[in-house]
Structure formats: structure tokens, C-alpha cells
Design a protein around this ligand. Sequence first.
Ligand code: EPZ
Length: 421
Amino acid sequence: MDRIAVNGRRRLNGEVAASGAKNSALPILFATLLAEGENILENIPDLADIHSTNNLLATLGCKIQFQDNKCVILRPKIIATEAPYDLVRKMRASILCLGPLVAKEGSAKVSLPGGCAIGARPINFHLEALKKLGAEIKLEEGYVFAKAQRLIGDRVIFDIPTVGGTENILMAATLAKGETVIENAAREPEILDLANCLKGMGAKIEGAGTSKIFVQGVDELKPTNHRIIADRIEVGTLLIAAGLTLGRVKVKNCNPTHLEAFLDKLEESGIKIMKGSDWIEADATQLQKLKPVSITTAPFPGFPTDLQAQFMTLMCVADGTSLIQETIFENRFMHVPELLRMGAKITINSRLASVQGESALFQAATVMATDLRASASLILAGLNAEGTTRVKRIYHLDRGYENLESKLRHLGADVTREKDI
Ligand code: EPZ
């Protein structure tokens, strides 16, 4: 196993480019199951979750090539429609192969993803919606068995704007007979990116990015060439690093409109934010201390839950008390015990964390990563701390951040990856 060592108290300064978005690349990789032939996807990030997805796609019959410009070429000739437990358990987003397989092949056997550290994460909304489109769904021995001669378009109303549920149904509806209307759809930028990729394949989609999406089913989709959008969660993480070190960081190749609620909260804390069409700069060099800011996570366009842990780290060194309400997942405060070991003052009541910020510093310590975004929050705390912080179980970080330590080093941080024997 690896760990990351951070020698803190170095002011970050400089420019860095954002990588492609994990949460856009994953559904789009599965979408290539819908269009036989040569799909060329660009700006695919080099992440553990991407490799897991490619392993699953290969078992389903895809041929995949990586090229130096991060291009992945997929020629899906589907030879199997089973996503086995030992692959799905490594990455729960594998459930996103369900919609495409049922739509394209008429059947699928996909292991139930099970929960993860941050919550139970059921897929009931995915399954109810597929049934609404005419799929026959059975749950046996920990697997979802789904089949349909041909899906029939219908109206699907989600109880909550589920990102994965919207993506699964959007992909399935592209080859259904007739019109599908998805109401209370998720509005995340990654949904719009998926829809744009599907439209490039010939799908007929209107309203993606809003809470009501219309899909006119077609008989066949063609392969496409698509560039993945920037990872807004990586961008937010790098901007918070500027705040924690009273530095100045410019992130290029990104889209400021994907982070408006988050950027408003950074500005409220006193960090100066400047934006261009494809860049964002956070400048904390003139700050004496950060102001405390309360947040409530929400579906897009609200404050993203995937930046909650990182923002909490920032609030630990703000000058006063802030409240952090997590509304999306039931167990997304596992970074808190580790931050407490670094000197933070945080109390939790169910899904509400009260952070008693002090503009003192974190205390360096050896801490344990528990999940993807928690691992980023601990590295951020290390950037602020006096001394060497060691973050163990860094495989969590490698699931969703491409070369984060080299990007931080490029900005002036003293961050190294070590063997953790
Ligand atoms: C996606 O997960 C992201 N993952 C998550 O990012 C992100 O936190 C989440 O959306 C919310 O924005 C990918 O895109 C691969 P949901 P997803 O369905 O699709 C409940 C990261 O750190 N729910 O919108 O699983 C669910 O339990 C990851 O990059 C049901 O109850 O999120 C959760 O409480 C973490 N039944 C809430 O809805 C369902 O059928 C939101 O889940 C589906 C969801």
C-alpha cells in the first residue's frame, strides 16, 4: 500500500491544468456499449476507476486502446452481458452498464453494487425506472437480471434527482421505442456531457441539464468522437489548497459555470476568485484569516457533496464557527475523526457538523484515508500543518484524482508518495 507524505506550511503559487472528469468519463465509457464501431474518447483521466471500468468493458467484449493524448478507442462487439461481482464490487458505478446492455442486447446480469463507506447507495430508482420502460427485473443471488425484447418509451419520475439513475435511464431510452420523459432528472454537468456524447452517436435528446429530459428512441446509434469535460471536483480541491496555504492557484482547462455555488462560498470566506471562460484563479495571498462559512450540500446547481470534506478542512482554519449540512449521503463525515486528530474542533449531530474554526494551524499527524474525497481533505489539511502529515491507504485517492501529488508539487507543495510497509 502507498501513503502520501506532506510537509506543510508552504504557500502554493502557480498554474495547473484540470484533468478530465471521472464522473463524466465513467458513464460515457459505458455509453459506448450502445454504438458498435470505433468510438474515440478524449481527455479520459488515468484513474483506478477508469481502469476498473475498462476491465469490465473488456469482459463484455470491448477492445480498448489508450493513446498518449488520453484517447480511448472502444469497438464494442458485445459478447457477454454479465457484470460479475468481483468487478462490480471494486467500483459501484459499474451499475451504469445495466441500461446500455438492456437497451442494446435485450438482457443483462449485473451484480448488485452494494454499499460503500459513505452510504448504502441503493439502486431502487434505477430498477423502478427500467421496469417503467418495460424491462423485466429480477433480483437473485446478489445479481440484477434484466431483460426486454425492446424497451418502450414512457414517463419516468424520480423521487430524488439521482445522478446514476438519470444516466442509466438516459442511456437506455436512446434505443427504446417511442418517447421517454425523465422528470426530476439530475442536472449535474456530467449528465449534459453524457447527453452530448449520446447526441454525437445520433440519439435524440432535449432538455439534458434541466430537471425534465425528453428522449425520442432511435433504432441504432453510431460511434462518435467526444471530449470529456473537466473534473470540477478536482478543480475545487485545488482551489481550496490555495486557501489553506494563503497562496494563489490558477486552474486552467475548466468551466467556472460548473462550480458557481462552490465559488460563491469560497468568495464568502474571503478568498479572491477571478474567472475566465476556461480558467479559475483563487487568491488568498492578501488574507489575514479566513471567514467561517456555512454550507448545505445539494444536487446541482447546489453545493456539491463531493467537495464537502475538502471545504470542511478549509473551515477548520477559518476564524469562527461554520455549519456543514450533508444532505446527499448518510455517512459522509468519516474524515472528521482524522481531522480531529490533526487538532480540528468539530462536533457532529447526525448529518450536521459544527466546525469551531481557529485561524491556528492543523497539527501534522499520521492519518487514515477512508474514502475518495476524505483522502483529499486530509492531504489538504497536511498542506496547512506544521511538520509532516502522512495519509495512509491512499488507494482511495487514486480512484478519483489524476496525479494530485505531482500537481501539488508543481504548485510548490512538498508532497511525496511513499511505500507504506
Ligand atoms: C454520483 O453517485 C457520483 N458518482 C458521486 O460521486 C456523487 O457524490 C453523487 O452522484 C451525487 O452527486 C458518479 O458519478 C460515478 P445518486 P450516484 O444516485 O449516482 C440515493 C465521488 O466522490 N439513491 O445521485 O451513486 C443514494 O443513496 C462520488 O466522485 C437511492 O436511494 O449518486 C444517495 O443517498 C461519490 N436510490 C442519493 O440518492 C437510488 O436508486 C444520491 O445518489 C439511487 C440513489
